[in-house]
Write a new protein. Structure first.
Length: 289
């Protein structure tokens, strides 16, 4: 059964690299996301020496892991034993997990762990070899569209479908951190729904606050994905553009209310309106067509 349906918005907590390389913190975050009401958690997986050039890895960058960017990138990566612990906890408490592979070896790594989805990050969707490799894995794909225009989105969708892949959800996304209100363009969800009627459309947000994520439901988003943290003041590059536990709970409550108020679009007389009709209408002489 798919996690992504038209009946209920799927809320995804992107833990990403906000665990800061600590498996204990990652497990704590999974439990917090589950208690907040999230349906899934997402991580990121890279083969560091493939994703980054030697020059980039040697660039000076101080972090808790060392003095270079390579020290940081390697320090943030989890291995198989770590992901087995993640998988075991998620199975125990009943929350779905998956990750974004940034290279072909990471696709194979995640497929071997029997993930239900592979999330193709906005930064990866112009990498044809990678998206074809992911599409041919047989695992349904989730695809973000940040840093893309409509022509590029169409090319990504066609490439995946031509490779025999399945897109479980296509996410409208703006890749600025945090995204400004004028950059969010929630109407883009409607555009993607119109142009790709065969696909479910979601919203991956990087804004400050939670209002755009809630409003996305009115435009037909079937999933909302947000970076998730236990403390927005914690060390790490993505913490400030993340939502904490309290914000996540409030966001999910707003999403569930938005789902109810959106309705089904059928114009009809509600039973609770009928006593009001009898009380307020003086005449009923207009024949219905």
């Amino acid at each position: 059964m798919s996690l992504f349906t038209f009946d209920k918005c799927t809320v995804v907590a992107e833990i990403g690299i906000n665990h800061n390389g600590s498996i204990d913190l990652a497990l704590e975050m999974i439990q917090a996301a589950h208690r907040a009401g999230c349906d899934a958690v997402k991580f990121q997986k890279r083969t560091v020496d493939v994703v980054y050039s030697a020059e980039e890895l040697e660039r000076p960058r101080k972090s808790p892991f060392g003095e270079t960017n390579g020290d940081l990138k390697r320090g943030l990566e989890f291995g198989r034993r770590d992901y087995e612990r993640i998988a075991a906890l998620c199975a125990e408490i009943g929350i779905t997990w998956y990750a974004s592979p940034w290279d072909e070896a990471s696709v194979d790594f995640l497929v071997a762990l029997d993930v239900p989805y592979l999330k193709m990050a906005s930064a990866s969707v112009t990498d044809r070899d990678l998206i074809v490799h992911a599409a041919r894995s047989g695992v349904p794909l989730l695809v973000s569209t940040g840093m893309c225009d409509l022509k590029m989105v169409r090319a990504v969708v066609e490439t995946i479908e031509d490779a025999g892949g399945e897109i479980a959800c296509l996410y409208h996304c703006t890749s600025t951190y945090p995204a400004l209100p004028e950059e969010i363009n929630l109407a883009g969800i409607s555009t993607l729904r119109e142009r790709f009627p065969q696909l479910k459309i979601g919203y991956s947000g990087h804004e400050e606050g939670i209002l755009p994520s809630i409003l996305s439901i009115a435009f037909g988003a079937v999933s909302v994905e947000r970076h998730f943290t236990l403390d927005r003041n914690m060390w790490g590059s993505d913490q400030a553009s993340s939502v904490d536990v309290a914000q996540t709970k409030e966001m999910i409550a707003g999403i569930r209310l938005a789902e109810k108020t959106r309705g089904n679009g059928v114009i009809e007389i509600y039973n609770r309106e009928r006593p009001v009709m009898e009380k307020l209408r003086r005449k009923d002489t207009l024949a219905s067509l």
